[in-house]
Design a binder for this molecule. Structure first.
Ligand code: KG4
Ligand code: ZN
Length: 346
């Protein structure tokens, strides 16, 4: 059986990721090597991602990371059969770096290039775990920019069941964390602080909790956190801050869990896949595991290190498409990036 080696590039935001995945017949694709550079330390000084700095750093990192991946895999460029890259959504300049390098590399090697949707990468990232899901499933996609519940029947067969009407769950974590004086990106910092807090100390809103639909709204929560931050004053004690962090996390997690159950009930499916950066949240995992176990629902997560952006999920999405014969590859050296792009849209 011939092996197809896919080199994948991710550069949609503040992580440069490169990975090599091998696919052979119907066997599960295999992650051979990956390398990642996070720009978090660089953006921290500004309290958020600075797009121009992000693009410049991708330029600096992308080729050394590709070399590192090939060296780890014991391969050379001549072994690469296909080059995949994130086409969108994301920051236009950042996307252009990964796409430009990937398409140029493909042209130089005379192999096809394959654009991949960033959210499809997240959605299929649990296929990189030791316990991959089976189709169909409900997916809860919770990243810094997106919060969606989806019915997934196969690779490329996505139906959006509900999504946020304003902020994403990751944004709710990050904005609340910023109000608490925590560094960017606030989600993991807020989660750590919440470990020592009382989740019932502050009564925060659960927007749209009872809407009866799998939709979300997190903008009001951020405003409520701001009100509480003003109330507790300039120099609150660490315990009060931890209590507010725990209460914020509890509000976000409760909404995500309730809406996931709603989507499972509406579709009648018994499998849930959680993907995207917020999927790394321990409280979310604990509560989803508990309610799903009660209902006989299996929950799949990506490996913790693969919840946030990485090249492996892009190469894996490409591999699954190649396997199904649904890879819309290009060989003409042309490309476009799509900073705003709905999953499922043409
Ligand atoms: O998927 P991702 O890397 O980027 C996007 O595609 O947006 O997700 C990043 C988001 C950030 O908002 C970050 O704060 C959040 O995921 N995040 C977390 C945790 N780890 C990452 N939020 C809550 N708890 C965590 N442990
Ligand atoms: Zn992402």
């Amino acid at each position: 059986m011939s092996v197809t080696r896919i080199l994948g590039f991710e550069s949609s935001c503040d992580e440069t990721g490169v990975a090599l995945v091998e696919v052979s017949g119907r066997a599960a694709p295999r992650l051979v090597a990956q390398a990642l550079h996070s720009q978090i330390a660089m953006h921290q000084a500004y309290g958020g991602v600075v797009p121009e700095l992000a693009s410049r750093d991708h330029v600096r990192r992308v080729l050394p990371l590709a070399r590192e991946v090939l060296a780890q895999a014991g391969c050379t460029l001549a072994d690469v059969d296909l080059v995949a890259y994130t086409q969108g959504p994301g920051l236009a300049g950042a996307l252009l770096v990964g796409a430009g390098v990937a398409v140029s590399l493909a042209a130089a090697l005379d192999v096809p290039a394959l654009p991949i949707h960033h959210l499809e990468g997240h959605l299929l990232s649990p296929f990189l775990s030791a316990d991959p899901p089976e189709f169909p499933f409900v997916a809860l996609l919770v990243s810094g920019g997106h919060t969606q519940l989806m019915r997934v029947d196969d690779v490329g067969a996505y139906e959006i069941l509900g999504e946020t009407i304003d902020d994403a769950a990751g944004e709710a974590f990050d904005k609340s964390a910023k109000l608490l004086g925590l560094p960017y990106p606030g989600g993991p910092h807020l989660a750590r602080m919440a470990e020592f807090g009382n989740p019932e100390a502050f009564d925060l809103p659960r927007p749209l909790l009872h809407s009866g639909k799998p939709d979300f709204s997190f903008a009001g929560l951020k405003t409520a956190v701001l009100t509480q931050v003003k109330k507790i004053g300039d120099s609150p004690c660490e315990q009060t801050k931890a209590d507010l962090a725990a209460s914020t996390q509890a509000a976000i997690v409760e909404v995500l869990v309730k809406k996931s159950l709603l989507a499972l009930k509406a579709t009648g499916l018994k499998r849930l896949v959680v993907a995207g950066g917020v999927g790394a949240n321990a409280k979310l995992r604990e509560q989803l595991n508990a309610v799903c176990a009660k209902r006989g629902v299996r929950v799949h997560y990506p490996e913790l290190s693969l919840c946030t952006d990485n090249g492996a999920m892009i190469a894996m999405a490409a591999a699954l498409r190649v396997q199904r014969g649904s890879a819309a590859t290009r060989r003409d050296g042309g490309f476009e990036v799509r900073p705003r792009w709905e999953l499922g849209a043409a």
